[in-house]
Ligand binder design. Structure first.
Ligand SMILES: NC(=O)N[C@@H](CC(=O)O)C(=O)O
Ligand SMILES: [Zn+2]
Ligand SMILES: [Zn+2]
Length: 347
């Protein structure tokens, strides 16, 4: 008999949709399974002001397939000239659900990000006052720090000092990739959450580098040692409210990935839910998948859970999905986990 699993419809608490032709091409992949998503603001130019977030939200809604009930939850890209009053107004109107901190130079389109945290303290103080969460790409960018250590060093030298300075600030550690990240989030109290991606539950750095370099497994923060992947699996399947799904699905056209200096980002919007069912089944934790994908995120953000559902089924035969999404901007390769997956989302 086919095993099925019915979940409260999931949300994605960290998603890149881009703009224009790419947005048009990838949005249906998320809207098919997810009810809501926190939309990352690292466009070119970035989404800095409330007015820009409102215009971007309109473009997303206009790109939605007919009849899709998908709600984009908007964020602002924090810069050293961000205006605290504009942030507060965008939050008060209900438009903006979080502000995103990119350390300058940390990742794709982060050059306009923050060099010096002191310069953004007035905005962060306002956010702490009004309860608006700060989503953090938690890596230091100084060249003397090894890329595999950047998350752990960020926690010690930036995140922990910031949280001691502003204990009321609500923070989401985005896409954690290390046991240090898991441990810090676990101990962080009710003002701290952490998103975990699908691909970091599947990949370690060997998958990226052994037997040839795999550009479609390259993302930031970069996949780490196996012990870190196992720590992430334990956290995601723990059921603890701190940990929730943020796919960090980050589309780049193949030409920008398969090149001498490839972009960072894994595109997982299409197959995240079957992959997660596979991972949670392996961990003997299918009963905790719903907490990770559908309950813990809304609880952290103070939103109701969705009132619709999503059904997964486990088939005897391995399931398939498109190898690429053909957008008008170019083809985007869908994340291939490298093992057979028997789960599929029911139509
Ligand atoms: N995760 C990635 O590797 N890339 C993201 C940026 C980010 O989330 O850091 C992107 O925008 O492409
Ligand atoms: Zn990031
Ligand atoms: Zn991201």
């Amino acid at each position: 008999m086919t095993q099925t699993l019915t979940l409260i419809r999931p949300d994605d608490w960290h998603l890149h949709l881009r703009d224009g032709a790419m947005l048009q091409g990838v949005l249906p992949e998320s809207a098919r399974h997810f009810a809501r998503a926190i939309i990352m603001p690292n466009l070119v130019p970035p989404v800095v002001t409330g007015a820009q977030a409102s215009a971007y939200r309109d473009r997303i809604l206009a790109a939605l397939p007919e009849g899709a009930a998908f709600q984009p939850l908007m964020t602002l890209y924090l810069t050293e000239s961000t205006d605290a009053g504009d942030v507060a107004a965008a939050h008060a109107s209900g438009l903006v659900k979080a502000v995103k901190l990119y350390p300058a130079g940390a990742t794709t389109n982060s050059h306009g990000g923050v060099h010096n945290i002191d310069k953004v303290m007035p905005v962060l103080e306002k956010m702490a006052q009004i309860g608006l969460p700060l989503c953090v790409h938690g890596e230091v960018t100084t060249h003397d720090v090894d890329i595999f250590d950047r998350e752990a060093v960020f926690i010690d030298t930036v995140l922990d000092p910031l949280r001691r300075r502003l204990p009321d600030l609500r923070v989401v550690m985005e896409h954690i990739t290390t046991e240090e990240g898991v441990a810090y989030a676990r101990e962080g109290g009710p003002n701290l959450g952490a998103t975990i991606t699908t691909h970091h539950l599947i990949l370690n750095r060997n998958h990226l580098l052994v037997g040839g370099i795999r550009p479609h497994y390259y993302c930031l923060p970069v996949a780490k040692r196996e012990k870190h992947r196992l720590a992430l699996r334990a956290a995601a399947t723990s059921g603890l409210g701190r940990f929730f799904l943020g796919t960090d699905s980050a589309p780049h056209v193949d030409a920008a990935k398969e090149t001498g200096c490839g972009c960072a980002g894994c595109f997982t919007a299409t197959n995240t839910m079957p992959l997660l069912a596979h991972v949670f089944e392996e961990e003997g934790a299918l009963d905790r998948l719903e907490a990770f994908t559908s309950r813990n995120g809304p609880a952290f953000y103070g939103l109701p859970v969705n009132d619709t559902s999503l059904r997964l089924a486990r088939h005897d035969a391995p399931q398939t999905w498109p190898e690429k999404i053909y957008t008008e901007a170019g083809p985007v390769t869908v994340f291939n986990p490298g093992f057979p997956v028997h789960w599929a989302v029911e139509a």
